[in-house]
Design a protein around this ligand. Structure first.
Ligand SMILES: Nc1ncnc2c1ncn2[C@@H]1O[C@H](COP(=O)(O)OP(=O)(O)OP(=O)(O)O)[C@@H](O)[C@H]1O
Length: 486
């Protein structure tokens, strides 16, 4: 489910089609190590000791076998011998490479993304092999979340190419974002009035699970994630519990790709270990791939591949040990130097109070913002309406009898506002007609779920809007206000 405004989606799709015409090159670096050519660490690739520590196990074994089997190496080995040896090693490395993008869960090439003038992702290259866990590490603000949003397709890249499970994100019919991907965002996007069960049912319906499948997965996830009983309201959960519901929603449909943005923040060490054990187990099937951001280095050690990001670039990609050794070497430490999390750049952060979930709505900045006629700023304009509609469509008659205050400043019974109100599912939503003051007092007292308000000129603006007048279009939107009181 994309949360991008319509215009963005189309621009996005157009750029994907153009991108599709260009052949993606096969990866040129092994999955166990790749370094950005611009990386300040790249000279390590030429230093024998550094190179050796970063080689994949297979290549090292081949190198070792070659040395052991040979008669003692002549004291003066020729340059030609050295080249041949390097060529053999290169062949070994290439043999261990995935043969093409179809063996890659994610491939990012020269990806750029800016917010206004600020470049957040800068010629970023990253490769997530199929059936592996990719741990994305980097200091706060280096662009990890932005990258994940681009991968899942909720944010458009400014430059470069991204391929997710073989196609660009948001490619028509590809279900990315959608059921092929379980996405756990960092910010809170749980719906407070839902119970845990409602939440998982909601995502189950979206991803096409049957009621039986959803129930079975819900029971498993509640037990696995150590959640309170399934009828608990999300709003009554602790921060850590909300994160776990969010993770549950991402895991729900057994997706082929999990994109997890700091899923273990606020999770106790025992459960954290259990979650990682689960990830390790599901990737063993070879059918599931995971990209996960974390600030806990011990977690990252369990990943198959680790990517080290800084200032919107990937500095290095390799096995956890290799990357950590390189990190330490770059810092001038001994190869067995201090743990990564002790370095200034990778301090563990305090748990964030806000936590988002799953394939739900995007961040506020990605949604259009309008102020209401009556000067109440509608948070997440129209989002509550969409959510209520989705509840009605996806979950049926549950929840029922949601009390909503209606403030209609149009008096004519033939007004469009009256027509719109009759379209609401009145078995789910109970409309209570009030004036402005009563409505907002009710909201503050918790009597109403929200307010739907119409300005007195809503009908005329909407009529003018049909003649394509941009100004009237905006006014008609401003004249309809939805305020969610949660
Ligand atoms: N919507 C936005 N508009 C403008 N700037 C943004 C927006 N989102 C993120 N940024 C900026 O982009 C940079 C990268 O942010 P991002 O959230 O991707 O970092 P991060 O590596 O995930 O950080 P953290 O580890 O703290 O979650 C930051 O400087 C941030 O302030």
């Amino acid at each position: 489910m994309s949360n991008m405004p319509g215009m963005d989606v189309w621009e996005h799709l157009t750029s994907f089609r153009i991108n599709q015409l260009e052949t993606l090159d096969p990866p040129t670096l092994p999955p166990s190590l790749s370094l950005s050519p611009l990386s300040p660490l790249s000279p390590l690739r030429r230093a024998p000791a550094g190179v050796r520590s970063l080689l994949p196990a297979a290549a090292m074994a081949a190198e070792d076998a070659g040395r052991d089997a040979a008669t003692p190496v002549p004291a003066e080995s020729t340059e030609m011998d050295e080249r041949l040896k390097q060529a053999n090693m290169k062949a070994d490395l290439e043999a261990s490479l995935p043969s093409g993008p179809e063996d890659l869960a994610i491939q990012c090439r020269d990806v750029g993304r800016s917010y206004g003038k600020m470049k957040v992702l800068n010629n970023l290259n990253l490769t997530v092999p199929q059936g592996q866990i990719y741990g994305l590490l980097g200091p706060s603000g280096c662009g990890k979340t932005t990258l994940l949003k681009c991968i899942v397709g909720t944010l458009k890249i400014s430059r470069g190419h991204i391929s997710v499970l073989g196609k660009p994100p948001a490619f028509p019919g590809h279900h990315v974002p959608g059921r092929m991907v379980g996405y756990m965002p960092q910010e809170l996007a749980l719906y407070s009035e839902f119970t845990i069960s409602d939440t998982l049912t909601f995502f189950g319906r979206i991803h096409g699970l049957t009621s039986k499948e959803t129930k079975a997965r819900t029971d498993f996830l509640i037990d696995f994630l150590d959640l309170p009983q399934k009828h608990s309201l999300v709003r009554n959960l602790s921060g850590g519990q909300k994160r776990r519901v969010s993770l549950g929603a991402a895991l729900l449909q057994n997706p082929e790709l999990l994109i997890l943005d700091e899923p273990t923040v606020g999770v106790d060490p025992v459960l954290r270990a259990k979650i990682w054990q689960h990830l390790v187990e599901i990737v063993k099937t070879g059918k599931v791939s995971v990209i996960i951001t974390t600030h806990y280095i011990e977690e990252a050690r369990q990943a198959n591949v680790v990517g080290l990001m800084r200032n919107g670039r990937l500095l290095a990609e390799g096995t956890p040990d290799a990357v950590m050794k390189m990190h330490n070497a770059a810092r001038g430490d001994s190869p067995e130097g201090g743990p990564l999390e002790n370095s200034q750049s990778f301090e563990s952060r305090q748990e964030e109070s806000l936590l988002i979930l799953a394939v739900g709505p995007g961040t506020p900045e990605e949604l259009p913002k309008y102020s209401a006629d009556w000067k109440v700023r509608a948070r997440h304009f129209l989002l509550p309406v969409i959510q209520v509609s989705l509840i009605c469509v996806c979950i049926g008659a549950d929840p029922k009898a949601i009390q909503v205050a209606v403030v209609n400043n149009e008096t004519s019974p033939s007004s469009y506002s009256q027509s719109l109100l009759t379209f609401l599912d009145n078995s789910s939503v109970v409309q209570v007609n009030l004036n402005h003051t009563e409505a907002f007092e009710g909201i503050h007292n918790g009597e109403y779920w929200g307010v739907i308000g119409f300005g007195e000129n809503f009908t005329s603006y909407l009529t003018k809007r049909s003649t394509n007048c941009t100004d009237a279009a905006e006014k008609s939107i401003r004249s309809l206000s939805v305020f969610c009181g949660l």
